[in-house]
Ligand binder design. Sequence first.
Ligand SMILES: Nc1ncnc2c1ncn2[C@@H]1O[C@H](COP(=O)(O)OP(=O)(O)OP(=O)(O)O)[C@@H](O)[C@H]1O
Ligand SMILES: [Mg+2]
Length: 293
Amino acid sequence: MDDENSHLTAGAAALLAESDERRIRAIRSRRWVLYPRAKQALDRLSLLLDHPRGTRMPSVAVYGDSGMGKTMIMKRFRDDHPPSFNSVTGTLRTPVLAMEMTSRPGERRFYAELLTLLGAPQRPRADIAQMEQAALRIMEAIGVQVLVIDEVHNILAGSYREQRIVLNTLRFLSNRLQISLVCFGVNDAREAIGGDVQLARRFEQFTLTRWSANEQFETLVASILRNTPLRRPSVLTPKSLRRILQITEGVTASIFHMINSLAVEAIENGHEQFTDEAVEKWHPEFDVEAAFA
Ligand SMILES: Nc1ncnc2c1ncn2[C@@H]1O[C@H](COP(=O)(O)OP(=O)(O)OP(=O)(O)O)[C@@H](O)[C@H]1O
Ligand SMILES: [Mg+2]
Protein backbone atom coordinates (compact mmCIF):
# COMPACT_ATOMS: atom_id res chain seq x y z
CA MET A 1 0.00 0.00 0.00
CA ASP A 2 1.16 3.52 -0.74
CA ASP A 3 2.39 5.37 2.33
CA GLU A 4 0.33 8.26 1.14
CA ASN A 5 -2.81 6.20 1.62
CA SER A 6 -1.96 4.73 4.98
CA HIS A 7 -5.12 6.33 6.37
CA LEU A 8 -7.15 3.74 4.48
CA THR A 9 -7.69 -0.02 4.47
CA ALA A 10 -6.22 -1.77 1.43
CA GLY A 11 -9.68 -2.14 -0.07
CA ALA A 12 -10.53 1.53 0.31
CA ALA A 13 -7.11 2.62 -0.97
CA ALA A 14 -7.57 0.49 -4.10
CA LEU A 15 -10.75 2.42 -4.86
CA LEU A 16 -8.81 5.68 -5.14
CA ALA A 17 -7.77 4.61 -8.62
CA GLU A 18 -11.42 4.55 -9.70
CA SER A 19 -13.54 7.39 -11.02
CA ASP A 20 -15.45 9.64 -8.61
CA GLU A 21 -18.72 8.02 -9.67
CA ARG A 22 -17.42 4.60 -8.84
CA ARG A 23 -16.09 5.70 -5.50
CA ILE A 24 -19.45 7.24 -4.68
CA ARG A 25 -21.20 4.07 -5.70
CA ALA A 26 -18.81 2.04 -3.54
CA ILE A 27 -19.62 4.23 -0.54
CA ARG A 28 -23.35 3.98 -1.14
CA SER A 29 -23.24 0.22 -1.48
CA ARG A 30 -20.95 -0.27 1.47
CA ARG A 31 -21.41 -3.78 2.76
CA TRP A 32 -19.81 -4.40 6.08
CA VAL A 33 -17.57 -2.61 8.54
CA LEU A 34 -16.33 -4.54 11.54
CA TYR A 35 -16.50 -2.70 14.88
CA PRO A 36 -15.58 -4.11 18.30
CA ARG A 37 -19.11 -4.76 19.56
CA ALA A 38 -20.03 -6.60 16.36
CA LYS A 39 -16.86 -8.65 16.66
CA GLN A 40 -17.80 -9.57 20.23
CA ALA A 41 -21.22 -10.69 19.04
CA LEU A 42 -19.77 -12.72 16.18
CA ASP A 43 -17.18 -14.34 18.44
CA ARG A 44 -19.90 -15.27 20.90
CA LEU A 45 -22.03 -16.77 18.15
CA SER A 46 -19.11 -18.72 16.70
CA LEU A 47 -18.61 -20.44 20.06
CA LEU A 48 -22.01 -22.04 19.58
CA LEU A 49 -20.63 -23.96 16.63
CA ASP A 50 -17.90 -25.47 18.80
CA HIS A 51 -20.27 -26.58 21.50
CA PRO A 52 -20.70 -30.35 21.73
CA ARG A 53 -24.20 -31.58 21.06
CA GLY A 54 -26.24 -32.16 24.15
CA THR A 55 -29.71 -32.03 25.54
CA ARG A 56 -29.66 -28.40 26.57
CA MET A 57 -27.90 -26.44 23.92
CA PRO A 58 -26.81 -22.90 24.80
CA SER A 59 -28.57 -20.12 22.90
CA VAL A 60 -28.02 -16.42 22.42
CA ALA A 61 -30.50 -13.57 22.04
CA VAL A 62 -29.24 -10.33 20.53
CA TYR A 63 -31.38 -7.31 21.35
CA GLY A 64 -31.15 -3.77 20.08
CA ASP A 65 -33.24 -0.90 18.77
CA SER A 66 -34.18 -0.76 15.12
CA GLY A 67 -31.15 0.19 13.01
CA MET A 68 -28.56 -0.98 15.52
CA GLY A 69 -27.11 -3.47 13.04
CA LYS A 70 -28.71 -6.75 14.10
CA THR A 71 -29.55 -8.04 10.64
CA MET A 72 -26.09 -7.06 9.41
CA ILE A 73 -24.52 -9.17 12.16
CA MET A 74 -26.87 -12.03 11.42
CA LYS A 75 -25.96 -12.05 7.73
CA ARG A 76 -22.29 -11.82 8.54
CA PHE A 77 -22.53 -14.78 10.89
CA ARG A 78 -24.37 -16.81 8.26
CA ASP A 79 -21.92 -15.85 5.52
CA ASP A 80 -18.92 -16.63 7.73
CA HIS A 81 -20.20 -20.19 8.07
CA PRO A 82 -21.50 -21.04 4.62
CA PRO A 83 -22.72 -24.46 3.51
CA SER A 84 -19.91 -26.77 2.51
CA PHE A 85 -19.92 -29.83 0.34
CA ASN A 86 -18.44 -33.03 1.66
CA SER A 87 -17.14 -34.83 -1.41
CA VAL A 88 -16.62 -38.09 0.48
CA THR A 89 -20.20 -38.50 1.62
CA GLY A 90 -21.61 -36.41 -1.21
CA THR A 91 -23.67 -34.34 1.19
CA LEU A 92 -24.08 -30.65 1.82
CA ARG A 93 -23.53 -29.39 5.35
CA THR A 94 -25.26 -26.21 6.43
CA PRO A 95 -24.03 -25.33 9.92
CA VAL A 96 -25.97 -22.08 10.17
CA LEU A 97 -29.54 -21.75 8.98
CA ALA A 98 -30.94 -18.22 9.13
CA MET A 99 -34.61 -17.29 8.84
CA GLU A 100 -36.98 -14.50 9.72
CA MET A 101 -39.86 -14.94 12.15
CA THR A 102 -43.05 -14.64 10.14
CA SER A 103 -44.90 -11.38 10.65
CA ARG A 104 -47.82 -13.28 12.13
CA PRO A 105 -46.59 -16.20 14.13
CA GLY A 106 -48.11 -19.64 14.01
CA GLU A 107 -46.84 -23.17 13.81
CA ARG A 108 -47.93 -23.68 10.23
CA ARG A 109 -46.53 -20.39 9.00
CA PHE A 110 -43.31 -21.02 10.87
CA TYR A 111 -42.79 -24.45 9.33
CA ALA A 112 -43.83 -23.23 5.89
CA GLU A 113 -41.15 -20.52 6.09
CA LEU A 114 -38.54 -22.97 7.35
CA LEU A 115 -39.32 -25.52 4.64
CA THR A 116 -39.19 -22.91 1.90
CA LEU A 117 -35.78 -21.88 3.18
CA LEU A 118 -34.73 -25.52 3.15
CA GLY A 119 -35.76 -25.76 -0.49
CA ALA A 120 -38.71 -28.03 0.27
CA PRO A 121 -41.88 -25.96 0.08
CA GLN A 122 -44.94 -27.97 1.03
CA ARG A 123 -48.35 -28.34 -0.51
CA PRO A 124 -50.69 -25.74 0.96
CA ARG A 125 -52.77 -28.47 2.57
CA ALA A 126 -49.94 -30.46 4.13
CA ASP A 127 -50.70 -31.07 7.78
CA ILE A 128 -48.51 -29.72 10.51
CA ALA A 129 -47.20 -33.12 11.58
CA GLN A 130 -45.95 -33.76 8.04
CA MET A 131 -44.35 -30.35 7.86
CA GLU A 132 -42.65 -30.88 11.18
CA GLN A 133 -41.31 -34.28 10.14
CA ALA A 134 -40.01 -32.92 6.85
CA ALA A 135 -38.26 -30.01 8.59
CA LEU A 136 -36.66 -32.29 11.18
CA ARG A 137 -35.52 -34.75 8.53
CA ILE A 138 -33.92 -32.14 6.29
CA MET A 139 -32.28 -30.17 9.08
CA GLU A 140 -30.81 -33.36 10.46
CA ALA A 141 -29.58 -34.41 7.03
CA ILE A 142 -27.81 -31.15 6.30
CA GLY A 143 -26.25 -30.97 9.75
CA VAL A 144 -27.72 -27.70 11.00
CA GLN A 145 -26.03 -26.69 14.25
CA VAL A 146 -27.43 -23.22 14.79
CA LEU A 147 -30.87 -21.96 13.81
CA VAL A 148 -30.88 -18.17 13.59
CA ILE A 149 -34.14 -16.27 13.76
CA ASP A 150 -34.32 -12.57 12.97
CA GLU A 151 -37.24 -10.29 13.91
CA VAL A 152 -38.14 -12.56 16.79
CA HIS A 153 -40.33 -9.81 18.32
CA ASN A 154 -42.86 -10.72 15.62
CA ILE A 155 -43.91 -13.47 17.99
CA LEU A 156 -45.69 -10.80 20.01
CA ALA A 157 -48.06 -10.14 17.10
CA GLY A 158 -49.77 -13.43 17.85
CA SER A 159 -52.45 -14.21 20.37
CA TYR A 160 -51.31 -15.62 23.70
CA ARG A 161 -51.98 -19.10 22.45
CA GLU A 162 -50.10 -18.58 19.15
CA GLN A 163 -47.15 -17.18 21.08
CA ARG A 164 -47.00 -20.24 23.32
CA ILE A 165 -47.15 -22.56 20.35
CA VAL A 166 -44.33 -20.85 18.47
CA LEU A 167 -42.11 -20.79 21.57
CA ASN A 168 -42.89 -24.46 22.10
CA THR A 169 -41.89 -25.16 18.52
CA LEU A 170 -38.54 -23.43 19.03
CA ARG A 171 -37.87 -25.40 22.19
CA PHE A 172 -38.89 -28.60 20.47
CA LEU A 173 -36.55 -28.02 17.51
CA SER A 174 -33.65 -27.17 19.78
CA ASN A 175 -34.18 -30.29 21.92
CA ARG A 176 -34.94 -32.69 19.15
CA LEU A 177 -32.10 -31.70 16.84
CA GLN A 178 -29.75 -30.65 19.64
CA ILE A 179 -29.11 -27.32 17.99
CA SER A 180 -28.48 -23.85 19.39
CA LEU A 181 -30.85 -20.99 18.71
CA VAL A 182 -29.83 -17.43 18.01
CA CYS A 183 -32.60 -14.84 18.12
CA PHE A 184 -32.38 -11.23 17.01
CA GLY A 185 -34.97 -8.66 17.90
CA VAL A 186 -35.83 -5.25 19.24
CA ASN A 187 -35.98 -4.88 23.00
CA ASP A 188 -39.60 -6.05 23.13
CA ALA A 189 -38.36 -9.45 22.04
CA ARG A 190 -37.20 -10.07 25.60
CA GLU A 191 -40.82 -10.24 26.55
CA ALA A 192 -41.55 -12.60 23.67
CA ILE A 193 -38.91 -15.13 24.65
CA GLY A 194 -39.70 -14.62 28.32
CA GLY A 195 -43.13 -16.13 27.57
CA ASP A 196 -41.53 -19.57 27.91
CA VAL A 197 -39.51 -19.71 31.10
CA GLN A 198 -37.76 -22.93 30.23
CA LEU A 199 -36.71 -21.60 26.86
CA ALA A 200 -35.72 -18.19 28.23
CA ARG A 201 -33.37 -19.80 30.74
CA ARG A 202 -31.20 -21.14 27.95
CA PHE A 203 -30.65 -17.77 26.38
CA GLU A 204 -27.65 -15.67 27.10
CA GLN A 205 -28.49 -12.05 26.33
CA PHE A 206 -26.40 -9.76 24.23
CA THR A 207 -27.51 -6.14 23.90
CA LEU A 208 -26.56 -3.63 21.23
CA THR A 209 -27.01 -0.37 23.08
CA ARG A 210 -27.11 2.97 21.34
CA TRP A 211 -23.74 4.61 20.88
CA SER A 212 -22.60 7.16 23.40
CA ALA A 213 -19.56 9.41 23.81
CA ASN A 214 -16.84 6.92 24.61
CA GLU A 215 -13.90 5.08 23.13
CA GLN A 216 -16.10 2.44 21.48
CA PHE A 217 -17.87 5.11 19.47
CA GLU A 218 -14.55 6.69 18.47
CA THR A 219 -13.37 3.27 17.30
CA LEU A 220 -16.54 2.84 15.22
CA VAL A 221 -16.08 6.20 13.51
CA ALA A 222 -12.38 5.52 12.95
CA SER A 223 -13.24 2.13 11.36
CA ILE A 224 -15.78 3.73 9.05
CA LEU A 225 -13.31 6.46 8.04
CA ARG A 226 -10.60 3.90 7.29
CA ASN A 227 -13.05 2.15 5.00
CA THR A 228 -14.06 5.34 3.20
CA PRO A 229 -12.13 6.01 -0.03
CA LEU A 230 -11.24 9.70 0.36
CA ARG A 231 -7.84 10.95 -0.77
CA ARG A 232 -6.97 12.92 2.32
CA PRO A 233 -6.86 11.74 5.94
CA SER A 234 -9.40 13.23 8.35
CA VAL A 235 -9.29 13.96 12.04
CA LEU A 236 -12.62 14.59 13.67
CA THR A 237 -12.55 16.67 16.82
CA PRO A 238 -14.52 15.73 19.95
CA LYS A 239 -16.97 18.45 18.98
CA SER A 240 -17.71 16.77 15.64
CA LEU A 241 -18.05 13.40 17.29
CA ARG A 242 -20.58 14.87 19.70
CA ARG A 243 -22.43 16.41 16.79
CA ILE A 244 -22.62 13.05 15.00
CA LEU A 245 -24.02 11.43 18.13
CA GLN A 246 -26.54 14.19 18.60
CA ILE A 247 -27.87 14.06 15.03
CA THR A 248 -27.94 10.27 14.80
CA GLU A 249 -29.19 9.66 18.33
CA GLY A 250 -26.54 6.97 18.58
CA VAL A 251 -28.23 4.66 16.06
CA THR A 252 -25.76 2.65 13.96
CA ALA A 253 -27.73 2.95 10.72
CA SER A 254 -27.92 6.74 11.03
CA ILE A 255 -24.21 7.01 11.84
CA PHE A 256 -23.33 5.09 8.67
CA HIS A 257 -25.81 7.15 6.69
CA MET A 258 -24.44 10.47 7.95
CA ILE A 259 -20.79 9.57 7.39
CA ASN A 260 -21.53 8.11 3.95
CA SER A 261 -23.37 11.21 2.87
CA LEU A 262 -20.55 13.45 4.17
CA ALA A 263 -18.10 11.29 2.20
CA VAL A 264 -20.09 11.67 -1.01
CA GLU A 265 -20.19 15.43 -0.43
CA ALA A 266 -16.40 15.47 0.12
CA ILE A 267 -15.85 13.74 -3.23
CA GLU A 268 -18.28 15.99 -5.09
CA ASN A 269 -16.82 19.22 -3.74
CA GLY A 270 -13.24 18.01 -4.10
CA HIS A 271 -12.31 18.47 -0.44
CA GLU A 272 -11.57 14.75 -0.16
CA GLN A 273 -11.74 14.72 3.62
CA PHE A 274 -14.14 15.08 6.53
CA THR A 275 -13.97 18.45 8.19
CA ASP A 276 -15.50 19.81 11.36
CA GLU A 277 -17.14 22.47 9.26
CA ALA A 278 -18.89 19.95 7.00
CA VAL A 279 -20.06 17.95 10.04
CA GLU A 280 -21.38 21.10 11.65
CA LYS A 281 -23.33 22.08 8.52
CA TRP A 282 -24.73 18.63 7.76
CA HIS A 283 -28.47 18.03 8.03
CA PRO A 284 -30.48 14.94 7.23
CA GLU A 285 -32.28 15.34 3.89
CA PHE A 286 -35.60 14.79 5.52
CA ASP A 287 -35.89 16.77 8.68
CA VAL A 288 -38.95 15.62 10.59
CA GLU A 289 -39.14 18.72 12.74
CA ALA A 290 -38.94 21.02 9.74
CA ALA A 291 -41.58 19.02 7.93
CA PHE A 292 -44.08 19.47 10.74
CA ALA A 293 -43.15 22.99 11.77
N1 LIG B 1 -21.44 -3.46 10.42
C1 LIG B 1 -22.01 -2.63 9.52
N2 LIG B 1 -21.35 -2.29 8.41
C2 LIG B 1 -21.91 -1.46 7.50
N3 LIG B 1 -23.12 -0.93 7.62
C3 LIG B 1 -23.84 -1.23 8.72
C4 LIG B 1 -23.33 -2.10 9.72
N4 LIG B 1 -24.26 -2.22 10.70
C5 LIG B 1 -25.30 -1.46 10.32
N5 LIG B 1 -25.08 -0.86 9.13
C6 LIG B 1 -25.99 0.05 8.42
O1 LIG B 1 -27.14 0.19 9.22
C7 LIG B 1 -28.31 -0.28 8.51
C8 LIG B 1 -29.25 -0.96 9.47
O2 LIG B 1 -28.70 -2.14 9.98
P1 LIG B 1 -29.59 -3.43 10.24
O3 LIG B 1 -30.56 -3.63 9.14
O4 LIG B 1 -28.67 -4.54 10.54
O5 LIG B 1 -30.36 -2.98 11.57
P2 LIG B 1 -31.36 -3.83 12.46
O6 LIG B 1 -30.85 -3.75 13.86
O7 LIG B 1 -31.55 -5.17 11.87
O8 LIG B 1 -32.71 -2.98 12.38
P3 LIG B 1 -34.25 -3.50 12.41
O9 LIG B 1 -34.54 -3.88 13.84
O10 LIG B 1 -35.04 -2.31 11.96
O11 LIG B 1 -34.34 -4.66 11.47
C9 LIG B 1 -27.75 -1.20 7.44
O12 LIG B 1 -28.62 -1.24 6.33
C10 LIG B 1 -26.43 -0.53 7.10
O13 LIG B 1 -26.63 0.55 6.22
MG1 LIG C 1 -33.17 -6.19 11.10
